[in-house]
Design a binder for this molecule. Structure first.
Ligand code: GDP
Ligand code: MG
Length: 171
């Protein structure tokens, strides 16, 4: 049996949302900014462990992401069963921004599970936020925290799988 679920990637401009989706769905990475025009939906089928429906198809919604909270954003969030809130460890302001995104997302989809992704972990020398600061925000979001690199692929699969499992468990 297959289930299908919409999930959203949310976060500031250039944190790596499009790169994470591309890494996860196409196993590719590009150094250049992947300009996202409008809304793009990518699909990936996850094999689930025993005792779950056998597969979960994630419909992963991506946007340019810098819009204020408008009707467009609300319709982008509508019907989502989970979200990944993405920040960039080299830009501290992208971390605190997640609190507002979570609030906006939950205003549309109350109680829907979140994960937090601290991306660009390969850029260790440019890191501007501590584990402690990231952990604090993750606790406020009530979201498990994943350190990823879309560049190297580190933890990307694990983060999306965890999001998928949190959705399917909730059923
Ligand atoms: P979006 O606006 O959130 O969709 O961000 P993009 O996916 O377009 O990425 C913005 C920039 O960050 C691009 O130049 C990417 O190549 C780069 N980038 C994304 N993820 C990583 C990462 O994990 N490590 C590094 N070093 N660069 C990344
Ligand atoms: Mg993008």
């Amino acid at each position: 049996m297959n289930q299908i679920a919409k999930v959203c990637l949310i976060g500031d401009f250039a944190v790596g949302k499009t790169s994470l989706i591309r890494r996860f769905t196409e196993s590719r990475f590009s150094e250049s900014y992947l300009s996202t025009i409008g809304i793009r939906v990518s699909r990936k089928i996850l094999q689930m462990p025993d005792a779950y429906p056998s597969t979960l198809t994630l419909m992963i919604w991506d946007t340019a992401g810098s819009e204020p909270f408008t009707t467009i954003v609300r319709s982008y969030y509508r019907g989502a069963r989970g979200a990944a809130l993405v920040c960039d460890i080299t830009r501290a302001e992208t971390v605190t921004a997640l609190l507002r995104y979570a609030e906006e997302f939950h205003a549309v989809n109350p109680d829907v599970p979140l994960i937090m992704i601290a991306n660009k972990i390969d850029l260790r020398s440019e890191r501007m936020v501590s584990d402690e600061q990231l952990g604090e925000i993750a606790a406020m979001l009530d979201a498990p925290l994943f350190f990823t690199s879309a560049r190297t692929g580190e933890n990307v699969e694990e983060a999306f799988r965890a999001l998928g499992l949190s959705i399917i468990v909730k059923e």
